[in-house]
Ligand binder design. Structure first.
Ligand code: ATP
Length: 240
């Protein structure tokens, strides 16, 4: 059996006449943290949306297999049952629910009450800021706190694959550091992660492997450490 958790082959996405993704191949193996980096409009979010089946009417070609099965036709609300969790750009927390209620929503496919309570306690240890604010409405949290909550909520379903779309977006440098610390912590727990990021440096520093996306194509892939040292990556994405 292959240790691919996710295998994307020949993926093409067109919004009307705009070819946003032009036939990409990408693999995420068990336990890996993969960084997908690239400039604005490169097609990174579109790739994640194709994986999770959340695109507006548009043309999608190619195959996406998750744990050896095609995801074609899977409605996005069934993904959590398949243990595929996504934290979208903009976080998507339930603003009128408390932190604890948001976390319970992340566990809606489970009925092991004691396990759910234990997981909430576990993620409160990882995110003490959420613990301090357990009964606060999510809509009143700062951007960084909402990002933490969105990640903790996604982790409540014990995902076999966690998709993160621009977790550092709009956060202060200190909060970005904190979020990356948590991403590394989650990865060290063995959770497989596909991370889309514009902060190429932090993403590649945290990742095992990376992919560079440019104008709908994957233009480079390799070991994340090697990519950090690659002059082309340095010039185009690390501002060096
Ligand atoms: P960013 O980092 O800015 O989010 P990205 O790499 O995630 O960029 P996408 O959001 O995937 O890029 O966009 C890829 C291309 O597809 C862009 O040219 C964008 O304008 C276009 N696009 C995205 N969503 C739509 C849509 N709903 N309708 C039409 N075009 C779209």
């Amino acid at each position: 059996m292959s240790d691919n958790v996710l295998k994307v082959s020949g993926l093409k996405v067109a919004y009307g006449g705009i070819k946003a993704v032009k036939g990409i191949d990408l693999e995420v193996n068990q336990g890996e943290l993969i960084a997908l980096i690239g400039a604005n409009g490169a097609g990174k979010t579109t790739t994640l949306k194709a994986i999770t089946g959340t695109l507006p009417p548009c043309k999608v070609d190619g195959t996406i297999s998750y744990k050896g099965e095609s995801l074609k036709g899977t409605k996005s609300f069934h993904l959590v049952e398949k243990k595929l969790a996504m934290v979208p750009e903009g976080r998507g927390v339930f603003t009128r629910m408390t932190i604890v209620e948001n976390l319970m929503m992340g566990a809606y496919t489970r009925n092991d009450k004691a396990g759910i309570a234990a997981d909430i306690a576990k993620w409160f240890d990882v995110f003490p800021r959420l613990k301090e604010r357990a009964q606060q409405l999510a809509g009143t949290l700062s951007g960084g706190e909402q990002q933490m909550l969105a990640m903790a909520r996604a982790l409540m379903c014990h995902p076999d694959l966690l998709l993160l779309d621009e977790p550092s977006m709009g956060l202060s440098p200190i909060m970005v550091e904190k979020i990356f610390e948590v991403i590394r912590n989650v990865s060290q727990q063995g959770i497989t992660i596909l991370l889309v990021e514009q902060n190429a440096k932090l993403a590649l520093q945290a990742a095992h492997r990376g992919y560079v996306m440019d104008s709908g194509n994957i233009t480079m892939t390799g070991n994340a450490r090697d990519m950090l040292d690659d002059p082309r990556v340095k010039a185009a994405y690390l501002g060096e």
